[in-house]
Design a protein around this ligand. Sequence first.
Ligand code: F6R
Length: 611
Amino acid sequence: MCGIVGYAGNQQALPILLEGLRRLEYRGYDSAGVAVLDGGEVQVVRRAGKLEALEQALGSDTALNGVSGIGHTRWATHGQPTDRNAHPHLDCSGRVAVIHNGIIENFYTLRQQLEADGHRFASQTDTECVAHLVEGALAEGLGFADAVRKALKRLEGSFALAVLHQGDPGVVVGAKRDLPLVAGRGEGENFVASDFAAFLDHTKDGVILEDDQVVVATPERLDVTDLDGDPVEAYEHHVDWDLSAAEKGGYEHFMLKEMHEQPLAIKQTLEGRTDPQGRLLLDELRMSEDELREVDKVFVVACGTAYHSGLVAKYAIEHWTRLPVEIEIASEFRYRDPVLDRNTLVIAISQSGETADTLGAVRYARRQRARVLTVCNTVGASIPRESDAVLYTRAGPEVCVAATKTFATQLAAMYLVALYLAQVRGTMFTDEVASVVRELEQVPGKVELCLERSDQVRKVAEQYKDAHDWLFLGRHVGYPMALEGALKLKEISYLHAEGYPAAELKHGPIALIEDGTPVVVVHPSSHVYAKMLTNIQEVAARGAAIIAIAEDGDREVAAHATHVLRVPPTAQLLAPLVCLIPLQLLSYHVAVARGCPIDKPRNLAKSVTVE
Ligand code: F6R
């Protein structure tokens, strides 16, 4: 879950590397470092802490002079986030520098062997063994790229890495297995990085590397080979979004900006996927209607917020298609021997398309011959590439670690998938599908309205910002929203929060309620409205401060709630798309009021590429 960037060109490498790291910081921000080939020597500067700490240590953009280099931003796995464990790591001679994202699983054995051969280690990281392996291969007389290839053959585990060698000025060698690595093709300059965002102001064209491929970047060329050095045809990619999409654009935080982008993101995700009569047009899925008719069971697999969108989808798919749906946290799915066969449709949901557990679940499902459909926001990422079918959400790049607009678009995309299954399998009449599609098309306007009510949410947030325990309750599709509301609050405000099915509270958690405990209830109109009202009274009677999310025009709720955050009336199954806005705003305003960092919460990273 680290970010890596490498540059080989004719300009000063350092500012380009630092800019790249700034755009990759979402991948981890425990420590950062750079290595530049300066005056014929590999010069390394690295610091624990965020990128600013590294920039301070460097002093100026010209602290290191050189036209090739590598940079790293870290989310620690092996070794604490200290200066010494920050990347790049060097071999014994200080001539080979390596940056790495991933985990070398056999590093302990490798380290013992390398130490027995006389190599001296300076850090606790698994990465350092790669530098020593390359050093060893160079000492045998191999050329730089061959030495890297030889070292890679000894690695078990996952990696995306880049290597710099003093003896080969102007060359950066990159390689990957299981973790993302792309290479950018510029004019007189080339790049390697974890993500295209790292070099997007230089080029939008490049290649996405496959597992066990090696790229050799020089100012003139990008050569991609396999581990034996044989040339391979790389997967060409053109980025179709602009860098401005990854800038704050006047908002105080990316999270705020991304919340405000939700109406457009939902609209874009729906656009062009229905005809004027409201029939779903999802030919892009690459899965035939016959195949979808053969499906007799659906599994949804995902992690975190994406999992919550899957929970909502379960209600919609079962209701509209009558197919049984199981939903599973991706990290549990493949370790419990789930019952899958050719007629099982596994739907993986992942904004990044790189989450290790979700990728593992997809691979497992395909090995069991199940058909896999992925809902993803990142074109060309590993999960969609390894799936049978893909439906892309169109949220654009999401920078804030806490997911907001990608969640909204996952919900929208999953409604489309559910309706498409119903259409293909004939479980809904055409006019019924069209009527839900029309309601979906109303959602962006309603989301806009909810966002305009931000100030009301802020006032409530400020009142409860010091409450250390929060409960979030919901029933039916309100339950996954309660989970999502609690997750958002936890991750950005560092307050303890729990999401529960409202009626379950009596079976234990109600003991947590004290005078003034904030209890957020997701309470749009539904067939369980009256039951929910009873649950509200149960907690209110025990002193809870009720913050209800309820529809405009609902008069009853005000009699029982301490605060009511209003959302426009919306069809029951689609209500999560509007209820999520006050939930997101609540966590945002609480975190702002508490002075939390918002876009980069502690201990987290945007892309979780380790299990
Ligand atoms: C929470 C959040 C995470 C992600 C989870 C899955 O705000 O962002 O819980 O939802 O790590 O990530 P993706 O969707 O990239 O698979």
